[in-house]
Design a protein around this ligand. Structure first.
Ligand code: SF4
Length: 251
């Protein structure tokens, strides 16, 4: 029996990631998109019609990662114009930087937009309260994974806590259903200053597929300033780890 378990462990191999700052994801992973203009816009126009969230525009050619579900349909329809790379470093400090333009080769992470007190107060430890406001548990599962044996983000002093009173910030997931809007507000206001606000996943950033639903109330995002936007549907653990790590770095 013991030998059987050892055999299983050996077949799983070495899963722990020794250096979280130096990770390359598989080629299949859909991260930062590369957009190329061509004279013939036929494929692009078909791709834009296919896009379920309106993330893709053709005039000018842009792809909003905050609305994108990373389903890959547009890249299949217009392979000459759209290619998803495995670059997961797509976190942004400003919402507008999630909109990728034709010819852009790298994501934009504006350091000037990072509050200077974040590194001072949260550079050593950071405890976060996660609020799923109508989420489908996909982003939530990936956030859970950041603490598993593979990623073990806790070794950098980052973790999740149950109480907003014990937390240094809030991670919002889900499109913010109306019945969660008040609870979300109460949770945010229960966290002592200084604190950070992280918005995680396309549903939370833009509403995703539910953007036009009468069952969502997204006024929370009009009231409070967001420190970090993390795209993805769901957001990959490495996108979260990379974004939070860069937010905590000293300028
Ligand atoms: S990958 Fe994004 S932009 Fe392309 S079709 Fe899917 S949701 Fe739209």
């Amino acid at each position: 029996m013991l030998f059987g378990k050892i055999k299983i462990l050996r077949s799983h191999g070495w899963q722990y990631i020794p250096d979280l700052k130096n990770v390359t994801l598989t080629e299949e992973f859909r991260g930062f998109p590369l957009l190329t203009e061509t004279k013939d816009k036929g494929d692009l126009e078909r791709a834009a019609k296919l896009c379920p969230t309106g993330a893709l525009t053709t005039e000018p050619l842009t792809l909003d990662m905050g609305r994108c579900l990373f389903c890959g349909e547009c890249a299949r329809c217009a392979p000459k114009n759209i290619r998803f790379t495995n670059n997961y470093r797509i976190a942004a400090t400003r919402r507008e930087d999630l909109v990728v333009k034709a010819g852009q080769t790298e994501p934009v992470f504006c350091r000037e937009a990072v509050r200077s007190d974040i590194a001072k107060y949260f550079g050593q430890t950071l405890e976060l309260r996660e609020v799923s406001a109508g989420g489908d548990c996909s982003v939530e599962m990936e956030l859970n994974a950041t603490g598993n044996v593979n990623f073990d983000f806790g070794r950098y002093g980052v973790g999740f806590t149950a109480s907003p009173r014990h937390s240094d910030g809030l991670v919002l997931t889900g499109p913010i259903s109306s019945n969660m809007a008040e609870a979300l507000d109460i949770c945010w206001n229960s966290i002592a200053e200084p604190k950070i606000l992280v918005v995680c996943g396309s549903e939370a950033i833009s509403g995703g597929l539910f953007a036009d639903s009468p069952a969502v109330d997204r006024s929370f995002l009009d009231k409070y300033k967001v420190d970090l936007w993390l795209p993805g549907a769901p957001t990959h653990p490495m996108c979260f780890i990379d974004g939070i790590s860069r937010l905590r770095e000293k300028k």
